[in-house]
Structures are given as structure tokens and as C-alpha cells.
Ligand binder design. Structure first.
Ligand code: ARG
Ligand code: ZN
Length: 870
């Protein structure tokens, strides 16, 4: 019965319904209690719901009850115990013209989870049943007021075949279970905490658990389970440790304790996103749970720690206090990303974590702000909310919270968040509620700071430092401007906190860092007691998410790259130095290369430098980042200039790199900071040794591959080999395939590394891989592994023939009918067409036009394409 067309799919691309923030109206009906009964089956699941509906005091006396539905037909509707036929189905939603103030509404629907390829609502994955409801998936399970400001207490009975589904999980606590006829069994789950429907979850399958427990600071014992398929149990230890660390950290840093006796996590292999914070039952993409040294890189281990923490932290920032409407998404996501970033920083190296956070922000969010899909962290309108789970809402949102933290200090920030949790516990709140709580609790005026919430675009700040030797004063002149979507920047008045220090030009010392608050279009700051012209260290720790228009000389940047005591600023100085040189090279302007070689020589000679930091600071800026600095992007020119510099660095320091490479020989595997630093530096030096085009590069890489006792080393070796023409390349990739073909997550890496190859035959190879028996459009991880990696491969995706663009467009057209959410994620890559040189620009636009001309596009893809072409 599920083959009725959804009305959503029928909306033409030219006329999508736009939802606006200013149109928010509180609900006419509340549903304080809901009972659900699931008769589970992979091909037929019957869902019976019983809703206790109450007309809001502010609603009109005759406002009908409208329950959202997507792809549903009511089999049976009862009102107050009697069969009721007055309902209407309009655009998928069920309208009931009820007249009283309170009713009991019962509805029965039938689902076929096996045909649910969107992975929203109830779907099958590897023989198990699971759900994804955020943002609007619950309406694909049953008719309901599927909006986050309707909070209900859930009682859920689930019943299914005992053999197919030995484990039955839902939110809250399991209160009863029993056997049923015909080899079936059932479980009754009650969740005492009222929640919006997007936090509902259910899992039924053949699973085993890594079980542990955690005692909260008030002495409550919490049972912890990580549920996986049988063979995966040995790979759950890292996630369990991360969970316990997160629970402790949230108590210590935010005073937040867990509020149920049970916390379940389930790993699922088919999942659109990273993970989901359903109350008491987090559902994860298996890539953010499963790890051991043989199959996971150090970056994978970090990803697991961060995502486990993120979802756990949502229990307070998201679940106990939820969002009033989806425009407030950053209320929970920006804040929770900030929380998980802070946690990860506390668990390992704060400096390296910050470099990584900024790298992600620049790779994913700055381009979004500069392109046709730019939006404020609190958007004003949307057509499909799934398109707004973006780096802007998440990562820029986190930067906005971080700025509040910097301006308030940790203690006052905590007073603000305490008040926020206190005031809004059990409520559906807004970003404005958060800001007001921070003001009231933390004693700060954020009136002007609020501009960040409504302004798209990345502010640009120019900083000019002048010095007067007569008076011993230095003057810093700051100017800010902003634009979104590639428009010409105009003056702005954002509140921009800039951690700043003036370094002595001889010693690099300074007498303390200051937090300058730039809140005017132009502003100057004076510093006394400066006998020599100091060197400016500004936006230390990346205290504000801005683009600094650099006025510092190459000499000053080189000086900072070896002297700045703020590790981020030191790293950043080197990046700016390299970026300045490379952008000059690309546009044919003369620039000094020796100073870069000297700066690299200096950090390589630094005896006290942290090895992991060394590995970061000698990396060149990415091709994508360099492109973002250009007025008109020519990916080939960028690639050539960057490779040339890489080769030069490789040749210049070959002996040093070989020595470091040998020194970093790994021993017994460990996740200690030292062992990780060695693995990282070893891979980076291997990259440079190969870049110098020495004859034995392939051999060294191949040996590393063969000797590796961990995935970080293996992937590092394969990454280098992937670009080479040597026969070792083929051998290594074959051996890797044979060894890991039965491990989906590792096989993803095999697809990815080939799609990232700089070789000129990469497009052909990706095309062939799309027909490989292990490739499928049905698994989002696999799609991202192949096509996501390829679309990020600047020089090959942007092949001047346009074949790369056509390949992505064809894939989007094929994937959209099955999984619109994942298909829509590929549009932004093409959407940047205006930034490229004419030939490529036109071909990118044509690829978008081809998608736009496809009939029955999903709302997801239609919105992204039409905005990209507008
Ligand atoms: N709330 C989840 C998280 O950030 C993301 C879920 C988004 N899912 C979606 N289908 N849009 O942890
Ligand atoms: Zn989240």
C-alpha cells in the first residue's frame, strides 16, 4: 500500500513551498500522551497510535486537528473510541475537523520498511529495522503533529518475530516484555521524559551488546550498551570509553547529569548522516562506532570520540531543552558542536584540535558562505529542512558560541548555560532564549552580537599595525566588511573578538595577550611602551570566524611561524606565508620562495617542537583553500603551482625528511599522543619524499604498506601510492581489497583513495568503480566514499572536459528517486560554478541545468539546484 506517490515529489522545481521563520505560529493542538503499538515485519509493519489531543487555549474553537503524514494512508481512524470517517488527506497530511477541547484519536497505518530507500522513517538495514526521525521522518511512521514544539510522553509496545528480531529497543526504559503466539515476542518501553517526535527511535534486530555501566555524580547507576552485529563486538571499546568520558565531562564542565537508568547506542550501516541523539537510544552510522587499529585510522578514532560525545551531549542541549522550530536548529547543533569540540580538546591536544576545527570550517563553511547557498546560522526560510543540516548551522554556529565563551570567560559562560538549562528545561526554545539566558546569567550585553545570528557571509577584517618610535606607541587600525554569496563586501558592524598580542621583533616575547573587541566598521587601538616595531599576532586561536586580510610582510609571517607562542597563530602564519606565495605563483606575480624554505627549515630544526604540530605546520594549504582565495579559480594552475612547491620542499629537505621518517618507526600500537604524532609525521614526511620524485618513493611506500600494523600507516602508504604510476600501486590496492573486502567501512577507504588519486586516469577509474560489484547507490557511506571523494578531488573533478561534472550530475539524477537527502548533498560542489574560469564554469552550469530539467525531482535536490542557478 505504500506505492502511492507522495505529494512532495509532485511539487515542481519552479514552485516549491517556502517555509518562513516569521510565519511561526504555536500549535493549535498539543498531544501530551501517545501510545504506539508496532507489529514489526521487514515487509509489513502495522503501526497503531493512540493520541491524547488537547486544543490549545489560544487556538480557535474550530481549528481542525492536522496531523502530518508522508507517504501514509490511514487504514482505520477512531475518535473517542468510535470509527470516524470525516478525515481528509491533503498533501499527505490528515485533517480531522474536531470540535471539542480534548479527544482520543486512534489511527492505524501499514508500512513496508523494505522499500524505504530514503532512510527516513522506519527502514530495513541488513535485516534489522531501525528509524531516523529528525527532522521530519516521524510522519513517515504515523500521522502526527511532527513539529519540535509538540512534546509528548511516549509509551511504546513493539512485537515481532523472536528469531528475526531477538532484540527490541526503544526510548526510555523497558518496563515489561513477554512471549507472544507464533514465535513472536514483545517489549513495552516507556519514556518518562516528554519529547518531540523527531527524538523517537526504535530498533529491532539480531544484535549483541558491549555492556558497561556508569555511576553519575549523584550516585545513580546507568546501564550502558553499544549494540552491533555479532562479529563487530571487539570494535566497540573506543566508543564505550568515549561515552563514559563524555558522561563524566558533561557533569564536570556543564554540571549536567544523565537522566535515565539506561543508555543504548546502536550501530547501523545504512545511515544518511553521522548519528542521531534519540532519547536514551542513540542511532549511529557504524563508521562512528566501530574501530580497532587494524581497520581504523587515528582520524577515525577521533571521529568516533567526537560524535559519541556530540550525541551524548544532545541529551541536555537538544533533548531536555529542544528547539521550538527548525529555524532554531543551531540552538542545539551549534551549541553541541562547541561542546564536543571542547570535550575533544580536553581529551587530547587543544592546539591540534583547534587547527582541525578551523580546517573543517574553512573547507566546508567558508565556501558555503561565499556561494549561492549562503544562509545565516538561523535561516530565514527553507523549502526542505534537510538541506539546512549544514556546516553553517553546525560549525559556524559553534564558532558563535565560542565567541560568547571568549568574551564572557569560562565562569560567566557557565553561569549563562546553567540559567539556560534551568529556565528552559522541558521546553522547546529559540536561539533568542539562549542569548537572553547568557545575558542574564553571564552578565553580558549581547545586543549587537545578535547580528551574527541573522547575517550570512564571512566577515573580512583588515589589520594594519603602525609604530611611532618617538612616543613608543603602536597603533592597530582595524576595518571590517561583509558579503555573502560572492557579492561585493560592504561595511559591517559585527562584534568580533580578536585575541591579539604584539611580539618583540627580536625575541618573539610579548607582555600578555589582549582580547580586542572590534564592534565598529573601523576602529583603532593604541599600545604603549613599544620601543621597537612589534610583530602583530592577531585572531590567535582563531578567536573569530573571519577572513583576515593580511597586511603583514612575508618576513613577519616567517618570524611568527617560528616564534609565536600561540600554536594556532604559529600554524596560521605559515599557512598565510605559503598561501601568499602560491596565489602569486598562480596569477603569475613574482614572489619569494626562499623565505618559505627558510621558514620550513626553521621549524624542521626546532628541537622543542611537538612532532604532531610539526606534521601540521609543514603541510601546504589545500588546493580547495587556494581556490577560495582566487578571484577566478583555475584548478589546474593551482594544482601545478602547489605540486611544484611541494616538490621543491621535498628536494630541499630530502635528507631531513628521510631521517624523520626513520625516527618515526612505529613500535607496538598505542593511541598515546607520542605514538599518534609519530604516525602522523611519518605519513607527512613520506608524502614529501614522494613529492621530491625520488626513484625509491614507491618502494618506501610499498614497504610501509606491507609492514603496517595499523590503518593509519596503511592508508598513508596507499594515499601516496595512489598518485604514482609504479607497479607497487596496483599490488598494494589489490592486496588491500583482498584483505578487507568483507569489511564495508574499510572497503569504503579503498574506493575513496582511488577517487582521490591525482592520476589523469582517475575519472575513468571512478566510472569503472561505479560498476564494481561492491558499489551500490543504496548505501550512503559507499556513495560518499566514491563520489564524495571524487567531487573533492579538485584537479580531477574539474577536468576541463566537464566529464567529472557530468558524472556527478548523472549520479545525482540516479540517486534522487531513492535517496533525495544524500543526492542533494552533491549539489553545492557544482553550485560554485560562478567561481571558476569560463570554460569550466559553463560546463558546471550545464550539469546543473541537466539536473534541473529532470522530472519529479525531490524537494531536496530541487531547492539546491534552483538556488544554485538563480
Ligand atoms: N541531530 C543529528 C546530529 O547532529 C543529525 C540528524 C540529521 N538528520 C537528518 N536526516 N537531517 O547529531
Ligand atoms: Zn547534532
Amino acid at each position: 500500500m505504500l506505492d502511492i506517490q507522495t505529494t512532495d515529489a509532485a511539487i515542481p522545481a519552479t514552485d516549491p513551498a517556502t517555509i518562513r521563520r516569521e510565519d511561526y505560529r504555536p500549535p493549535d493542538w498539543f498531544i501530551p500522551e501517545i501510545e504506539l503499538d508496532f507489529q514489526l515485519g521487514l515487509e509489513r509493519t502495522v503501526v497503531r497510535s493512540k493520541l491524547d489531543v488537547r486544543r490549545s487555549k489560544s487556538a480557535k474553537y474550530d481549528a481542525p486537528l492536522i496531523l502530518n503524514g508522508d507517504d501514509l494512508l490511514p487504514v482505520n481512524v477512531l475518535v473517542d473510541g468510535k470509527k470516524w470517517n470525516e478525515w481528509k488527506l491533503e498533501e499527505g497530511n490528515l485533517t480531522l475537523p474536531l470540535t471539542g477541547a480534548a479527544h482520543i484519536v486512534e489511527i492505524e497505518v501499514e508500512l513496508d520498511p523494505s522499500t524505504n530507500t530514503q532512510l527516513m522513517g522506519l527502514y530495513g538495514s541488513n535485516g534489522m529495522l531501525c528509524t531516523q526521525c529528525e527532522a521530519e521522518g516521524f510522519r513517515r511512521i504515523t500521522f502526527f503533529a511532527d513539529r519540535p514544539d509538540v512534546l509528548s510522553r511516549y509509551k511504546v509496545r513493539m512485537e515481532g518475530d523472536k528469531q528475526a528480531f531477538p532484540i527490541l529497543l526503544c526510548n526510555g526504559d523497558k518496563v515489561e516484555e513477554g512471549e507472544a503466539e507464533g514465535g513472536r515476542h514483545w517489549a513495552q518501553w516507556n519514556d518518562p521524559w516528554p519529547k518531540p517526535s523527531y527524538l523517537f527511535a526504535l530498533v529491532a534486530g539480531d544484535l549483541v551488546a558491549n555492556s558497561d555501566s556508569f555511576t553519575t555524580r549523584s550516585g545513580k547507576e546507568v546501564e550502558l550498551n553499544i549494540w552491533v552485529r555479532d562479529g563487530d563486538l571487539p570494535r566497540t571499546g573506543h566508543a564505550m570509553q568515549a561515552l563514559k568520558d563524555s558522561m563524566r565531562w558533561d557533569e564536570e564542565v556543564y554540571g549536567r547529569e544523565y537522566d535515565l537508568g539506561l543508555f543504548n547506542i546502536v550501530a547501523v550501516s545504512d545511515f544518511n548522516m553521522g548519528a542521531m541523539e534519540n532519547k536514551g537510544l542513540n542511532v549511529f552510522n557504524s563508521r562512528y562506532i566501530l574501530a580497532d587499529p587494524e581497520v581504523a585510522t587515528d582520524a577515525d578514532f577521533d571521529g568516533i570520540e567526537g560524535v559519541v560525545a556530540h550525541e551524548y551531549f544532545h541529551n541536555w542541549s537538544g533533548n531536555r531543552v529542544t528547539c521550538r522550530d527548525w529555524f532554531q536548529l543551531s540552538l542545539k547543533e551549534g551549541f553541541t558542536v562547541f561542546r564536543d569540540q571542547s570535550f575533544s580538546a580536553d581529551m587530547s591536544s587543544a592546539a591540534l584540535k583547534r587547527i582541525e576545527d578551523v580546517r573543517i570550517l574553512r573547507a566546508a563553511q567558508f565556501p558555503e558562505d561565499a556561494g549561492p547557498l549562503a544562509h545565516p546560522i538561523r535561516p530565514e526560510s527553507y523549502q526542505e529542512i534537510s538541506n539546512f543540516y549544514t556546516a553553517t548551522v553546525y560549525n559556524k554556529g559553534a564558532e558563535i558560541i565560542r565567541m560568547m565563551h571568549s568574551m564572557m570567560g569560562a565562569e560567566n559562560f557557565r553561569k549563562g548555560t546553567d540559567l539556560y538549562f534551568d529556565r528552559h528545561d522541558g521546553e522547546a526554545a529559540t536561539c533568542e532564549d539562549f542569548v537572553v539566558s547568557m545575558e542574564d546569567g553571564g552578565g553580558i550585553d549581547l545586543t549587537q552580537f545578535r547580528v551574527w545570528y541573522r547575517t550570512p557571509g564571512t566577515p573580512r577584517v583588515s589589520a594594519k599595525l603602525s609604530h611611532n618610535p618617538q612616543t613608543g606607541t603602536a597603533t592597530l587600525e582595524l576595518k571590517q566588511s561583509i558579503a555573502a554569496g560572492g557579492a561585493k563586501p560592504g561595511p559591517s558592524e559585527m562584534v568580533i573578538p580578536l585575541r591579539t598580542a604584539l611580539l618583540n621583533p627580536e625575541t618573539g616575547e610579548h607582555d600578555g595577550e589582549q582580547l580586542l573587541i572590534l564592534d565598529k566598521a573601523e576602529q583603532s587601538f593604541t599600545f604603549e611602551g613599544q620601543n621597537d616595531h612589534p610583530v602583530l599576532s592577531i585572531n590567535r586561536g582563531f578567536s573569530a570566524p573571519i577572513i583576515l586580510e593580511n597586511s603583514r610582510t612575508a618576513e613577519e609571517l616567517a618570524f611568527l611561524s617560528s616564534h609565536d607562542d600561540d600554536p594556532f597563530a604559529r600554524f596560521e602564519a605559515m599557512q598565510q606565508l605559503m598561501t601568499g606565495y602560491l596565489t602569486a605563483q598562480i596569477t603569475g606575480t613574482p614572489a619569494d620562495r626562499d623565505i618559505i624554505l627558510q621558514a620550513i627549515g626553521a621549524v624542521l630544526a626546532d628541537e622543542n617542537i611537538d612532532r604532531a604540530f610539526l606534521a601540521e605546520i609543514i603541510l601546504l594549504p589545500t588546493e580547495a583553500f587556494l581556490g577560495d582565495q582566487m578571484v577566478e579559480v583555475d584548478p589546474q594552475a593551482i594544482h601545478d603551482a602547489r605540486e611544484k612547491l611541494r616538490g621543491k620542499i621535498g628536494v630541499q629537505f630530502e635528507r631531513k625528511f628521510r631521517r624523520l621518517y626513520k625516527q618515526c618507526v612505529p613500535g607496538e600500537f598505542s593511541l598515546s599522543a607520542e605514538a599518534r604524532a609519530d604516525r602522523k609525521l611519518r605519513n607527512v614526511t613520506l608524502g614529501y619524499i614522494a613529492a621530491s620524485q625520488v626513484e625509491d618513493a614507491a618502494e618506501i611506500a610499498y614497504d610501509q604498506y606491507c609492514d603496517a600494523n595499523n590503518m593509519t600507516a596503511m592508508q598513508g602508504a596507499l594515499g601516496v601510492l595512489s598518485h604514482l604510476d609504479a607497479e607497487e600501486r596496483g599490488h598494494a590496492f589489490e592486496s588491500f581489497y583482498t584483505r578487507f573486502k568483507d569489511n564495508a567501512l574499510v572497503l569504503d577507504k579503498w574506493f575513496t583513495m582511488q577517487a582521490m588519486s591525482q592520476r589523469s586516469d582517475t575519472i575513468k577509474r571512478v566510472d569503472a568503480l561505479s560498476r564494481h560489484p561492491d558499489f551500490t547507490l543504496a548505501n550512503p557511506n559507499r556513495v560518499r566514499a566514491l563520489y564524495g571523494a571524487f567531487a573533492g578531488n579538485q584537479v580531477r573533478f574539474h577536468d576541463p572536459s566537464g566529464r567529472g561534472y557530468a558524472m556527478i550530475a548523472d549520479m545525482v539524477i540516479a540517486l534522487d528517486p531513492q535517496n533525495p537527502q544524500t543526492a542533494a548533498r552533491f549539489i553545492p560542489q557544482l553550485g560554485r560554478w560562478r567561481r571558476y574560469e569560463r570554460g569550466r564554469s559553463e560546463l558546471m552550469r550545464l550539469a546543473l541545468e541537466k539536473i534541473a530539467a529532470t522530472s519529479n525531482l525531490s524537494k531536496d535536490v530541487a531547492e539546491q539546484v534552483s538556488k544554485s542557478l538563480a
